[in-house]
Design a protein around this ligand. Structure first.
Ligand code: SF4
Ligand code: SF4
Length: 558
């Protein structure tokens, strides 16, 4: 991706205010009851308040009050899986997803843009007058409590011009703004008018090695072609057994724990369906719907058979399946890691690809991707619009006429797309079956992917589809809803925590006695398979699409 494409505007003043209000309001909803603590996997691992949902909410609250973003704080955010089990557990409906997304965005950018917004916003006494903070992106209203950013009393953040109206509003210097100006701001209400160059104080809350690992991961995983090329030697090593020899030397782990973890997680080569999926798979029998299908990055590279099974099942249930060639990464990994600009870039491509396809619904067979695509609206609502698109005109355009949306605002286009995204099991359950089911005589356990169960609230539909398969006996895991440690790229970045959670899940799967584990997320399948293998347990894994394909189309499970 070009640098230009990645240069996403930070929120403008109005949008930053809205974003701040959203996060502040979500934080305020927390009544500190602690009901979420037992549901939180990281709290269960370490028993640390700051590694619990309540603790992380407290840290965000402190940042909003002007506290600096330290490596320790960033570490607590980074150790959050983003599993959203806390949202399911919270009786107060705290929108933790919005809170952690903001925290990740600040951590990734190395700034706390909200805490630094504007001059004289009122701060803890320890900060007032000290001229610290990191220079907000907007000049804000002057508050009455002194200074909370280096912009105060000395000029502005990135965008000046907001009127400081409080008694201690900065006086908007016109020159370069460096670090804190060390006074309580002079003048009343003139904050943020300077026009000189701005040095935003950035922090480096993550160690260099961690940042480099992240860059490597995000230069690879969202690009199926690169991922395919990069994993080709691995497949060769698997065939010759060289991967096991390499693992035994411990060499890879000494160079990069993330690479060692990737080696551990890489699935054994499975038979790959011949050729690419066609752009259109015709419905069998009477057509009931026209759907688009997301092929995904990890899914298409490591589990192409799942995509083929998904298309066959949808066609058998009377759907024309459109698989746009122009689709790429949906941005899920980036979005869930706080890489907002990158996520928006991928989201735009995805929106454009499926608009052009003119489909009734977009069916997604990867829980993390579906969850991210349902969040597109919020993603764009928090970003500056580009190009002055006519949002109102677009809002009145018929969603049935995709061409009319070309000129529309990304927020509106994103909302339309998000409203059409369906997880495979969600879609099939609502559509109802027409294809006959053959028996699949097996005892199977179903694993709830967090981005399906907690983030999308989809737990009943996959079970309902599986219960409808003759002779398939479904058993429950003893810890449904507890994260397996996969969590996007968490298992690469936090290998120890991920391994501990993976081992717990593997114990639970083994204890179920089921010889088959069904999941709806490729990351979970990789994670649990690796954990089972490291315990010497052999249990087959399958995606729910493959199980349905076996029942509907008679394709044997691998
Ligand atoms: S997030 Fe919800 S459950 Fe957790 S402490 Fe806050 S209010 Fe209680
Ligand atoms: S998202 Fe998961 S790991 Fe993070 S605080 Fe909530 S329950 Fe804990």
């Amino acid at each position: 991706m070009s640098e230009d494409a990645m240069r996403e505007p930070r929120p403008t003043g109005h949008q930053a205010d809205e974003a701040e209000q959203r996060v502040r309001s979500a934080v305020k909803d927390c009544v500190h009851c602690g009901f979420c603590l037992p549901a939180c996997p990281t709290y269960s691992l370490w028993g640390e308040e700051m590694d619990s949902p309540r603790g992380r909410i407290h840290l965000v609250s402190q940042l909003l009050d002007g506290a600096p973003l330290t490596p320790a704080t960033a570490g607590h955010f980074d150790r959050c899986l983003g599993c959203m089990a806390c949202m399911t557990a919270c009786p107060s409906g705290v929108q933790y997803d919005q809170i952690i997304e903001a925290a990740r965005d600040w951590t990734e950018a190395g700034v706390n843009p909200l805490a630094g917004a504007g001059a004289g916003g009122g701060v803890p006494a320890s900060v007032a007058g000290g001229g610290v903070g990191d220079g907000g992106s907007v000049g804000g209203d002057g508050g009455d409590g002194g200074i909370r950013s280096e912009a105060a009393g000395g000029g502005i953040g990135e965008v000046g011009g907001a009127d400081g109206s409080g008694e201690d509003g900065g006086d908007g210097g016109g020159g370069e703004v460096g670090r804190g100006v060390g006074s309580r701001g002079v003048g009343a209400g003139a904050g943020g008018v300077g026009g000189g160059a701005v040095k935003r104080e950035r922090t480096a809350p993550r160690p260099l090695a961690d940042r480099l690992t992240r860059e490597a991961i995000f230069a690879l995983f969202p690009y199926p072609r690169r991922l395919r090329v990069a994993t080709a030697p691995l497949r060769l090593a698997q065939r010759t057994g060289a991967d096991r020899l390499l693992a035994r030397t411990g060499l890879v782990g000494r160079v990069s724990p993330a690479a060692e973890q990737a080696l551990r997680l890489a699935p054994a080569s499975r038979p790959v369906p011949p050729g690419r999926l066609p752009e259109r798979v015709a419905a069998l029998g009477t057509r009931r719907a026209v759907v688009g299908m997301l092929t995904g990055c990890v899914q298409s590279v490591f589990f192409p058979g799942v995509n083929a099974a998904t298309a066959r099942v949808l066609a058998a249930e009377g759907c024309d399946v459109i698989i746009p060639r122009s689709q790429g990464c949906c941005g899920a990994l980036s979005l869930h890691s706080g890489r907002v600009a990158e996520a928006a870039h991928f989201a735009r491509q995805t929106i454009a690809a499926f608009e052009a396809a003119g489909v009734d619904a977009i069916v997604v067979n990867s829980a993390g991707c579906g969850s991210a695509m349902k969040e597109y609206e919020r993603l764009f609502a928090g970003l500056a619009e580009e190009g002055g698109a006519d949002e109102e005109a677009t809002a009145t355009a018929s969603p049935a006429l995709p061409g009319q949306l070309e000129a529309g605002s990304w927020t509106v286009r994103a909302a339309l797309l998000s409203s059409r995204v369906r997880d495979l099991s969600e879609f099939l359950d609502a559509l109802g079956p027409v294809a006959a089911r053959r028996p699949v005589p097996v005892v199977a356990a179903y694993h709830d992917a967090c981005h399906l169960g907690h983030a999308q609230g989809i737990t009943a539909q996959p079970r309902s589809l599986l219960h409808a398969i003759p002779e398939l006996e479904l058993v429950e895991l003893r810890d449904p809803g507890v994260c397996c440690g996969s969590a996007g790229v968490y298992n690469l970045l936090q290998p120890d925590a991920a391994s501990a959670l993976g081992a717990r899940k593997a114990d639970s799967v083994a204890a179920s006695g089921a010889p088959l584990l069904i999941s709806a997320n490729p990351g979970c399948t990789l994670q649990i398979s690796a954990a089972l293998a490291s315990q010497g347990v052999t249990i087959r894994t399958a995606h729910i699409a493959e199980v349905l394909d076996a029942s509907i189309n008679g394709v044997p499970l691998a």
